[in-house]
Write a protein that binds this ligand. Structure first.
Ligand SMILES: [Zn+2]
Length: 102
């Protein structure tokens, strides 16, 4: 993703993003993982879970850090960050459910 003119506030996947691009980047990642899971039944899950696990952890921890360290978040931004954490947590639990059915 190309850097935009906004000041970078977060690191995700080795790239620096401004706040709004960080939020859209996280949602895009979560959309991709949701899509991946929706097309795979647990018993024939072939996607490597390690990288997905890593991405979900990184998204959650980076988002929590951003939320805790940023003083001037708007109400919609707080909601968006909270939603990202919840989506990452939900996908992480779904991953465990799929893995335990093997
Ligand atoms: Zn940006």
């Amino acid at each position: 993703m190309a850097r935009c003119g906004e000041p970078a506030t977060s690191s995700a996947g080795g790239f620096l993003f401004c706040r709004s691009h960080f939020i859209s980047h996280c949602n895009a990642q979560l959309d991709g993982i949701t899509e991946l899971f929706s097309h795979q039944r647990p018993r024939d899950q072939t996607a490597p879970l390690g990288p997905i696990w890593y991405v979900l952890c990184e998204i959650a921890s980076t988002t929590v850090t951003l939320g805790a360290q940023t003083q001037d978040l708007t109400a919609p931004e707080k909601d968006q960050l909270l939603e990202i954490v919840l989506r990452a947590a939900e996908l992480r639990l779904r991953k465990f459910a799929a893995a335990s059915m093997r």
